[in-house]
Design a protein around this ligand. Structure first.
Ligand code: 6PG
Length: 479
């Protein structure tokens, strides 16, 4: 075979990735799709890029040089397993199967272990940046073995986005580490979008801004410390007119948010690992609430008298921006906490600084902000929370009063701001001297003898609540 890399699955993401690969010096790209018409389409339009196209899987495998390396770009789930099976039957020891879809990292761990038993390398890799990223340079988050990375590293480096002179790809960790980190990326993406949406809603409903005004606000924000792809495209989306109705497109789009599931995975796994990713959770729940039109209509009818929006103070716009920034710091702090917990649970050696680095370009959450996170972990890789990094701590302190004003205004005006308010509650929980968890422990001990610890001495205690003369007993340490 003569191709150093192959792509299976030539829908938009797959064919764009294949074109990206083929455009880089040193790559010859084999392509294959289950239905040949798709392959034919790619060849018709871009046949001059030196692709080696095969009509069947045997031809595809034969066209690859050793170690054979193939990137699967098909729908995550059953389709992926089928293609892996076909390749595994034909590949030989040392060959590399790459899954570039949004796979569940638990599946990736399972597949990697199964294939390793057969002497094959399996690399689950996150690829972010949508269709354009795949074509022009995505952010790439590969897991898998060191051996696979040796072959794959240079190839992925050749196609990744470049930020601050560095390619947005690194070997994240073994087996499912890459897909885990891509999952967290998507969770953060959900939180980012929710916070932007809340800002838009407050500026519109409370601030009284027109959609045209808002385009300018977001363009302005994109020049400051919020500069990011998502803020930029918010301006683009708000700008879009709908020719049919003559209105802004955003005003004719149904307010029911969809999702493909990666945000839900993030929250499910975080709950299992005991990591409070409340920002991501609120974002997932907000989409779920929006997608219940019947329930929304019923509650709307039962509560027709909504509060009047409050008069906004001077500088409202800046307050919203500050609330957005502080809440964003919280969302990222929580996301990075989840990466730490995942790495510990699944035995991955993940550099948080490197994750921030490879998210600076190519991916959906790319932002200036990530440079600050890179610096934070450079200074202290063991940060207890992103919130305590001096730069972010100062930023939060600076925005704190505005953040509180906005949450108050939102509540008083009846405008939902679950992202802003839960982020503030999380911050206040961490920053509080004492939490009411002591009462919860008391209640648990009362009804279930679940025991508690004391602030003034070591040991585990239980109060004999049901005795007339209640007293506390120390529990023997359990073995
Ligand atoms: C990316 C995106 C991409 C995607 C997801 C999320 O990094 O390029 O995250 O993976 O758009 O499918 O989509 P949902 O909002 O549908 O869950």
């Amino acid at each position: 075979g003569q191709a150093n890399i192959g792509v299976i699955g030539l829908a938009v993401m797959g064919s764009n990735l294949a074109r990206n690969l083929a455009s880089r010096e040193g790559n010859t790209v084999a392509v294959y799709n289950r239905t040949y018409a798709r392959t034919q389409e790619l060849m018709d339009e871009h046949g001059d890029m030196g692709f080696i196209a095969s009509e069947d899987i045997d031809g595809f495998v034969a066209s690859l040089s050793k170690p054979r390396t193939a990137i699967i770009m098909v729908q995550a789930g059953k389709g992926t397993d089928a293609v892996i099976g076909q390749l595994a039957e034909r590949f030989e020891e040392g060959d590399i199967i790459v899954d570039g879809g949004n796979a569940n990292f638990h599946d990736t761990i399972r597949r990697e272990h199964d294939l390793r038993d057969k002497g094959l390398n399996f690399v689950g890799t996150g690829i972010s940046g949508g269709e354009e990223g795949a074509l022009k340079g995505p952010s790439i988050m590969p897991g898998g073995s060191d051996e696979a990375w040796e072959t794959l590293g240079p190839i992925l480096r050749s196609i990744a986005a470049v930020a601050e002179g560095e390619p947005c790809v690194t070997h994240v960790g073994t087996d499912g580490a890459g897909h885990f980190v891509k999952m967290v990326h998507n969770g953060i993406e959900y939180a980012d979008m929710q916070l932007i949406a809340e800002s838009y809603d407050l500026l519109r409903r409370v601030g009284g801004h027109s959609t045209d005004d808002l385009v300018k606000v977001f363009e302005q924000w994109n020049e400051g410390d919020l500069e990011s792809y998502l803020i930029e495209i918010t301006g683009e989306v708000l700008k879009q007119q709908d020719p049919e109705s003559g209105k802004a497109l955003v005003d004719v789009i149904r307010d029911e948010a969809g999702s493909k599931g990666t945000g839900v995975w993030t929250v499910q796994n975080a709950v299992g690992l005991g990591v409070p990713v409340s920002g991501i959770g609120e974002a997932v729940f907000a989409r779920a609430v929006s997608s219940k039109p019947a329930q929304r209509a019923a509650v709307r009818q039962a509560f027709p008298d909504r509060p009047d929006v409050v008069d906004v103070p001077d500088g409202f716009e800046d307050d919203v921006r500050a609330a957005l920034y502080a809440s964003k710091v919280v969302a990222y702090a929580q996301g990075f906490d989840l990466i730490i917990a995942g790495a510990k649970e699944y035995d991955w050696d993940i550099s948080l600084g490197d994750m921030a680095k490879i998210w600076r370009g190519g991916c959906i959450i790319r932002a200036q902000f990530l440079n600050r996170i890179v610096e934070a972990y450079d200074k202290n890789p063991e940060l207890e929370s992103l919130l305590v990094d001096p730069y972010f701590a100062d930023a939060v302190k600076e925005g704190e009063a505005a953040w509180r004003r906005i949450v108050g205004i939102a509540a008083a005006s009846g405008v939902p701001a679950p992202g802003f308010s839960s982020a503030l509650a999380y911050f206040d929980s961490l920053a509080s001297d004492r939490l009411p968890a002591s009462l919860i422990q008391g209640l648990r001990d009362f009804f279930g003898a679940h025991t508690y610890q004391r602030v003034d001495k070591d040991g585990t205690f239980h109060t004999l609540w049901s005795e007339d003369d209640r007293r506390e007993v120390e529990q023997e340490p359990s073995t």
